[in-house]
Design a protein around this ligand. Sequence first.
Ligand SMILES: [Mg+2]
Length: 124
Amino acid sequence: MEKTFAIDFDGVIHAYSRGWQASGDIYDKPIPGAREAMANLVSQGFQVAILTARLNPKFDDAPEQKKKIITWLAENEFAEGVHYHEVTNNKPSAIAYIDDRAVRFTNWDQTNEVLHDLVNKGGY
Ligand SMILES: [Mg+2]
């Protein structure tokens, strides 16, 4: 079985400093270290999937988004087979999911605390 790492795009690979823009543009530079980390995983024989909600088929522009992401990756020197293997919105079976919005689950008491703080302190 292929051993995969699933890596979120916005906020993990693409710096996304201004969040989502109405145009859906990918406007920012890569996050420092992303290229090297992804190449390192691939060179160790892991599969790297870029997992992004930009390709949610509910969005009319999902096919356009895929083109924008592929173009951005190429312009920023991320190569298929060297830094990643696929760009998808389908959650793959993976060793780990690397995501700036993730909450690491250990148990519901701990998770409820995290969610309570998130909801009450805002900033999301
Ligand atoms: Mg993100």
